[in-house]
Write a protein that binds this ligand. Structure first.
Ligand code: RFL
Ligand code: PHB
Length: 391
């Protein structure tokens, strides 16, 4: 088997890269460890920046998003039991974010890929990458009990945080930066109308962080901060709703419609960056290279901006016969990554209760939040980062 770009991983990064390359006439094959249904079953992100929405339209995967995505013009911050609106659209000259589930993004990209007749190998076993310090890299994997080898010009490591690509780079060639937060997010998905259909609501409370988000006008996604030692089984639906109500303002709590959860899980929070993002013929993109805590809703959007830069680099190489894009990829991507890391870290620090957040710490957070919602300079900075820095 041979292709121009071998893509490892069929998450949003791999699928979008495949679509961008196909549009430019560049051959690619995706190798994915899991089944398509497994990939579609992972409930994750929900908020898309305009740049991500534009890329989905560019590759012809935007029809369902245009019909079913919900644009948000503001976010709301709850502290001291009061809700404050930040007019994101007004502060950014008209920009919006769009609520549309990662599962739907993945489904749309998978459907577009299938209708273009492009190859994705699902349930590939023992995936390994070879010779990426040369111009003839290879990917080996098991398919239906047979060993396969895929020869290519480049390997795109889009295989997430626990993937094989970053792990295959010699330790002395990579520098990792990491911060692990001492809490997680307990998330619930439920078929109830969102309590706030026009804005994402982020809450700072003495009992911990809370978040009210949505997937559609009939499906809500809610989160509360919890200790990482908690087990999902400990949290009944009733206990979750009671806790969430305590952490938001009374008017919202009163309005909240509750119902049985259709998914419930606990996610750890981490900041992580691996530098550089290129090793010879191997390029990392998305969660394979970096993780942000979900507080800023940046993970999926960073995966999208990485693969936009990476597709530009490969287009330069194949169509312009230039190495400039390939050589500049890591630096270009990392400049945007670190700004999103900073934003996600700062919002996480501002909104969560840490083990050492005492009365003083809580008061400082509340003072900063108060400043944020009453200073147009501060709320403009928040809004500009929330809608996504320019590509
Ligand atoms: P993914 O989605 O992890 O996909 C990687 C794919 O690679 C496959 N794979 C392998 N394939 C072959 N061989 C191997 N050895 C392999 N190892 C792994 C995996 O099976 C998988 O299919 O990474 P990608 O594409 O980089 O996408 C990143 C996003 O998924 C992630 O950043 C977001 O979900 C983060 N995130 C959010 N991002 C946003 O932009 N907005 C949000 O609102 C948002 N909310 C969230 C989030 C993440 C969360 N969790 C659970 C961590 C909310 C939560 C709770
Ligand atoms: C979500 O809808 O899952 C979501 C929204 C905003 C975030 C994180 C997750 O910051």
């Amino acid at each position: 088997m041979r292709t121009q770009v071998a893509i490892i991983g069929a998450g949003p990064a791999g699928l979008l890269l495949g679509a961008l390359l196909h549009k430019a006439g560049i051959d690619n094959i995706i190798i994915e460890r899991q089944s398509a249904d497994y990939v579609l079953g992972r409930i994750r992100a929900g908020i898309l920046e305009q740049g991500t929405v534009n890329l989905l339209h560019e590759v012809g995967a935007g029809q369902r998003l245009a019909a079913g995505g919900t644009p948000h013009h503001s976010i709301e911050l709850v502290f001291k039991n009061q809700r404050h609106s930040v007019d994101v659209t007004g502060l950014t000259g008209g920009k919006v974010v769009t609520a549309y589930g990662q599962t739907e993004v993945t489904r749309d990209l998978m459907d577009a890929r299938a209708s273009s007749g492009l190859t994705t190998v699902y349930e590939a076993g023992d995936v390994s990458i070879h010779d990426f310090d040369s111009a003839q890299p290879k990917v080996r994997f098991m398919q239906d009990g047979q060993q396969q080898e895929l020869a290519c010009d480049f390997i795109a490591g889009c295989d997430g945080f626990h993937g094989v690509c970053r792990a295959s780079v010699p330790k002395n060639a990579i520098h990792e930066f990491e911060r692990v937060y001492p809490f997680g997010w307990l998330g619930v998905l439920a078929d109830v109308p969102p309590v706030s259909p026009h804005a994402i609501v982020y809450g700072n409370h003495e009992r911990g962080f809370s978040l009210c988000s949505m997937r559609s006008l009939t499906r809500s996604r809610y989160y509360v901060q919890c200790p990482m030692t908690d087990k999902v089984e400990q949290w009944s639906d009733a206990a979750f709703w009671d806790e969430l109500r305590l952490r938001i303002d009374p008017e919202l709590a009163e309005k909240m419609v509750t119902g049985p959860s259709i998914e419930k899980s606990i996610a750890p929070l981490r900041s992580f960056v691996a530098e550089p993002m290129r090793f010879g013929s191997l390029f990392l993109a998305g969660d394979a290279a970096h993780i942000v805590p979900p507080t800023g809703a940046k993970g999926l959007n960073l995966a999208a901006s990485d693969v936009k830069y990476l597709s530009d680099a490969f287009i330069d190489f194949y169509l312009e016969k230039s190495m400039a894009g390939v050589d500049g990829y890591s630096q270009r991507a990392l400049a945007r990554v670190w700004k999103a890391e900073r934003f996600s870290w700062s919002l996480t620090s501002l909104l969560h209760r840490f083990p050492d957040t005492d009365g003083f710490g809580q008061k400082i957070q509340e003072a900063e939040l108060d400043y944020l919602v009453h200073s147009s300079a501060a709320s403009t900075a928040l809004a500009e980062n929330y809608v996504g820095l320019p590509l």
